[in-house]
Write a protein that binds this ligand. Structure first.
Ligand code: SAM
Length: 282
């Protein structure tokens, strides 16, 4: 078998780590697990042992074929061959239909989790997009590039803190479970990886009045990192709020002319975005 690098094929060869990922998910028999990147099915079989239903997607036809043979007879596993993404930013449509169907079947305590050794090139859109879905995952336990994990867990003032940290932390508790060096994969990637765990906080998510507005605005606030917050807000609100309206919102929240977005906590950014949304509606 020859790995296809454009598909981010770095397989975990240390099976203890495959176990660590599966164990970190603390699965129950009423859980529905989405895995993106079946590979040859080593993580899939462990997920199938512990969960109620596993839906696993693999883009590579040959791997899908191998995994289908490997996982034959496992009634709680559904394998899909194809791209998990419809386009750069959205999941393919049928995945959530399958998830909702399985959740309905497994009863009122059923939870939805993403557990995967993600293909690195699509890890960000997969994680970000799942938080827009209904339902979003109750938890995600995934292997990703360490550099991406650092951005996800970063706090104010850190160079890694940005729109992605805020989008995820506004809804989830985020922690790095384990840093993995290149040696535990075949072929070896050039960079370190990390297993991260994200736990959804439904109350925090419900506190965001408009998820699409929030996500877009947060991205715009960090668009020009070197600029002050005020100038990023003015650009983001172009043709929607004039400068005096932006200044009124910023000063009501105590943000001065030299405040930068990366100095604000997740909560402060949330409050600011909601104030801008309400000012637009006024
Ligand atoms: C990092 S490997 C993980 C494989 C396996 N789960 C493991 O742990 O060894 C990522 C897998 O995702 C697949 N993949 C890449 N892009 C994909 C996409 N857009 N949709 C579905 N699968 C994808 C790759 O072919 C590869 O098998």
């Amino acid at each position: 078998m020859r790995p296809v690098s454009k598909y981010g094929q770095n397989f975990l060869i240390d099976l203890n780590l495959v176990d660590l990922i599966a164990k970190s998910a603390e699965l129950r028999s009423t859980d529905v697990v989405l895995e993106i990147g079946t590979g040859v099915g080593s993580l899939t079989s462990r997920l199938s042992d512990a969960a109620g239903a596993v839906l696993s997607v693999e883009i590579d036809r040959n791997l899908h074929q191998l995994a289908s043979e490997e996982l034959q007879g496992r009634a709680n596993v559904k394998l899909i061959q194809g791209d998990a993404l419809r386009n750069k930013n959205s999941l393919r449509d049928d995945l959530m239909d399958d998830i909702r169907e399985a959740l309905g079947r497994l009863g009122e305590h059923a939870r939805f989790l993403l557990v995967a050794n993600l293909p690195y090139n699509v890890a960000t859109p997969i994680i970000s997009n799942l938080l827009h879905q209904q339902p979003p995952p109750d938890a995600m336990v995934v292997t990703i590039q360490k550099e991406l994990a650092d951005r996800i867990v970063a706090g104010p003032g850190s160079k890694d803190y940005g729109a992605l940290s805020i989008w995820i932390q506004s809804m989830c508790r985020a922690e790095i479970v384990r840093v993995l060096g290149p040696k535990v994969f075949w072929p070896r990637p050039k960079v370190d990886s990390a297993v991260i765990r994200l736990d959804l906080d439904p109350e925090r998510r419900a506190a965001i009045a408009d998820l699409d507005y929030f996500h877009q605005t947060v991205r715009a606030l960090f668009f020009h990192r070197r600029k002050y917050l005020r100038s990023n807000v003015i650009s983001a609100m172009k043709n929607r709020l004039d400068k005096s309206q932006v200044d009124a919102v910023l000063s009501s929240l105590g943000h001065g002319e030299t405040t930068r977005a990366e100095e604000l906590s997740v909560q402060e950014i949330q409050t600011l975005v909601e104030a801008l949304r309400q000012a637009e509606q006024a």
